[in-house]
Ligand binder design. Structure first.
Ligand SMILES: Cc1cc2nc3c(=O)[nH]c(=O)nc-3n(C[C@H](O)[C@H](O)[C@H](O)COP(=O)(O)OP(=O)(O)OC[C@H]3O[C@@H](n4cnc5c(N)ncnc54)[C@H](O)[C@@H]3O)c2cc1C
Length: 433
């Protein structure tokens, strides 16, 4: 048993046997008990953990299989990192149509959580651009899934949390771009209502939008933040690509560096540093789309107890009141994160039975794990989300109850029939009890 492979939030801890997969033509190894496919472990909670079981570490399945430079159709193995795909395709004038906030994520992991990016309102989720994949089941059966062939397996596996089988390879439709750069705009907003107005205006002309929100602000300033938007663009004259990140959090401090005082100081500073009026800039995609990748292992700053991320989505009809209530509860708790993200999801339907993205407003924050205090706060946030007919994101979760999960994801009933009998996860055992 090995406790080296944890999730990004480093909570909960799990002890697992790890088998590294390298050959896409090989059968699955013999399994002693339950098992779970594993990508880069960039999920925050327990969807990528299988305490007492076996992790099928897919990062060795990382080869390109085919690429058509005329159509942008790429086939690669399931353990390939999105960053490796971008390194390959951006110089050729192609881009992944959807990327999350880190490029250290595998194709299999991106499919299994049906991840979203800053362009959800324009391009939907990752699964909207998956043309096909091959699934390997623990009984040795392997088959190709598209939305025409094995369409029910296709829908169960997009957002299927790794439980339907191992994704061996996938075929993705890339999109054309003029280069590695973005024309971006940044401006600050003073209250929550302004975020909704800015999002509506920006969605018309900007493919990518996202806002940082000051989760410590209260009263009239509640929901104030900084809005960013951008579009793919040709490189500016004389532009150089940024150097790869060298910063690294060198060790895990004995306690969390994130506390009430550091949060208030950072949030106030970050808000006031942002421009009042629109500031335009050309930005390379690496720092603009993946700002957190700049500091390796930043998750260590939360100390040995780790942290919990909370990401929810609220439908349009309840979003404004619901987000206000969530922010009030978070600010009153005196806890929260440096990085609180607000974003409007668009109307393009997700194709997965358990996909998280749906029309509405999504809010995401990190919370240092302070034990019962943190869990009680997150339960109070769940009350708001459930009352607003919203949902919490399994990829970022480590504690939602089975009752809440079934309410947020009514597709679970159909989904159960597709679970591989040898596969399980900490998340699934918790929510299916
Ligand atoms: C800094 C940061 C920013 C992020 N930003 C976003 C964001 O903007 N949007 C968003 O949606 N998510 C975001 N995430 C979450 C991340 O994109 C997802 O958790 C993603 O699924 C992680 O992929 P992974 O390769 O690390 O997979 P893991 O976390 O290892 O696994 C995730 C799931 O995929 C399954 N899986 C992995 N490989 C396979 C395979 N080959 N076959 C079958 N199943 C498999 C696992 O069983 C598990 O259920 C972010 C995470 C971080 C750390």
């Amino acid at each position: 048993m090995n406790d080296a492979l944890q999730s990004w939030g480093r909570y909960p801890r799990a002890r697992q046997r790890v088998i590294r997969l390298r050959d896409r033509f090989a059968p699955l190894p013999a399994l002693e008990s339950h098992a779970l496919p594993r990508g880069s472990g960039r999920s925050y909670g327990d969807v990528c953990l299988d305490d007492g079981g076996t992790l099928l570490d897919a990062r060795g399945l990382d080869r390109f299989i085919a690429f058509d430079p005329a159509t942008g159709v790429l086939r690669c193995e399931g353990g390939m990192l999105l960053g490796t795909i971008l390194d390959f395709c951006v110089p050729r004038g192609w881009f992944l149509p959807v990327v999350p906030g880190t490029r250290f994520v595998t194709v299999g992991g991106a499919i299994a959580n049906d991840v979203h990016g800053k362009n959800h309102h324009a391009s939907g989720s990752f699964g909207c651009h998956v043309r096909a994949f091959e699934l390997l089941r623990s009984d040795g059966h392997r088959f190709t899934c598209t939305d025409a062939d094995n369409a029910d397996w296709f829908a169960a596996t997009l957002g299927g949390l790794g439980l339907t089988g191992l994704i061996i390879w996938a075929e993705l439709q890339l999109r054309r771009v003029p280069g590695a750069w973005f024309d971006t705009e940044t401006l600050r907003f003073d209250r929550l209502a302004d975020f909704f107005e800015l999002s509506a205006q920006s969605a018309r002309d900007h493919e990518y939008t996202v806002a940082w929100v000051d989760c410590t602000a209260r009263g009239a300033a509640l929901g104030r933040g900084v809005f960013s938007r951008g579009n793919h663009a040709a490189p500016p004259a004389g532009a150089d690509a940024p150097r790869p990140a060298r910063l690294r959090m060198p060790f895990t401090p004995p306690f969390s560096l994130v506390n009430g005082a550091s949060l208030r100081a950072f949030n106030t500073f970050h808000f006031h540093r942002a421009p009042k009026l629109v500031r335009r800039a050309s930005r390379h995609y690496l720092p603009w789309l993946f700002p957190l990748d700049h500091i390796r292992e930043w998750n260590r700053m939360y100390g040995p107890r780790g942290f919990l991320q909370y990401q929810c989505v609220l439908p349009p009809a309840t979003a404004q009141d619901g987000v206000r209530e969530l922010l009030e509860r978070i600010a009153a708790s005196g806890t929260g994160s440096f990085l609180a993200v607000l974003k409007q999801f668009g109307g393009m339907p997700s194709r997965g039975l358990l996909s998280f993205p749906r029309p509405g407003t999504t809010l995401a924050l990190d919370f240092a794990n302070q034990g019962q205090r943190t869990f009680e706060l997150l339960d109070r946030l769940d009350d708001v989300v459930a009352g607003a007919s919203g949902a919490v994101y399994p990829a970022k979760d480590a504690r939602m109850s089975g009752e809440r999960f079934r309410q947020y994801f009514p597709g679970w009933r159909q989904f159960e029939a597709f679970i591989d009998p040898a596969f399980s996860s900490g998340f699934w055992r918790r929510v299916s009890l």
